[in-house]
Design a protein around this ligand. Structure first.
Ligand SMILES: CC(C)(COP(=O)(O)OP(=O)(O)OC[C@H]1O[C@@H](n2cnc3c(N)ncnc32)[C@H](O)[C@@H]1OP(=O)(O)O)[C@@H](O)C(=O)NCCC(=O)NCCS
Length: 162
């Protein structure tokens, strides 16, 4: 199934709420994580690119947010970027939108001089599809930190060299 959407990079005030709704709808993030996802948009609105948070917002024909990702340079590094968030509305998952968001973010990172992209995720069973997604996108496991988030919930750090 293909999907019609448009991409936008400049955040708008309403994006903070839309991003929180989208993150909540995935069922993958805690309440605290959902709040932070919105705060990153607010920070970018307040401080512009000095905040270090960049976005790709994917909208359907009615301008509803159906997916987004957030990335930025890792402070004190020359060419490393973090992919902080990537999420697609559950009913739009599996249609290639996540891949397109990732490709657009990587192109923007390249333009900003980035060479390595890092993505952290959980080692829990629930994140098996997420890890499959990163691996399919060319990311390789660079590190595994057992019990990082909580006992039995480790951190998997993926890396891709652009
Ligand atoms: C991870 C996520 C962003 C992927 O977006 P998506 O639009 O569903 O992914 P795509 O349709 O672009 O899939 C791209 C590739 O990833 C792989 N993939 C995606 N979902 C998968 C799944 N559930 N199981 C196995 N592989 C999967 C597929 O191999 C697919 O390639 P293919 O089409 O050639 O088979 C989305 O599923 C999501 O929002 N998940 C919940 C939030 C999350 O985990 N975010 C990451 C934070 S750590």
């Amino acid at each position: 199934m293909t999907i019609d959407f448009s991409l936008r990079t400049v955040p708008r005030p309403e994006d903070a709420g839309s991003v929180r709704q989208l993150a909540a709808a995935t069922g993958f993030f805690s309440g605290e994580e959902i709040l932070i996802a919105g705060e990153l948009v607010e920070e970018a609105l307040a401080r512009g690119s000095a905040a270090g948070y960049h976005f790709m917002f994917a909208e359907d024909g009615c301008s509803h947010l159906i997916g987004y990702c957030c990335f930025g340079p890792v402070p004190l590094t020359r060419e490393s970027f973090d992919l902080y968030w990537i999420a697609v509305l559950p009913q739009r998952q599996g249609c290639g939108l996540g891949r397109r968001l990732m490709q657009a973010a990587e192109a923007a990172i390249r333009e900003k001089g980035g060479k390595q992209v890092y993505a952290d995720t959980s080692s829990r069973e629930q994140y098996l599809p997420t890890r499959a997604f990163y691996e399919k996108a060319g990311y390789r496991q660079a590190a595994y930190l057992p019990d990082f988030y909580a006992p039995g919930d480790g951190k998997v750090i993926y890396c891709k060299t652009l």
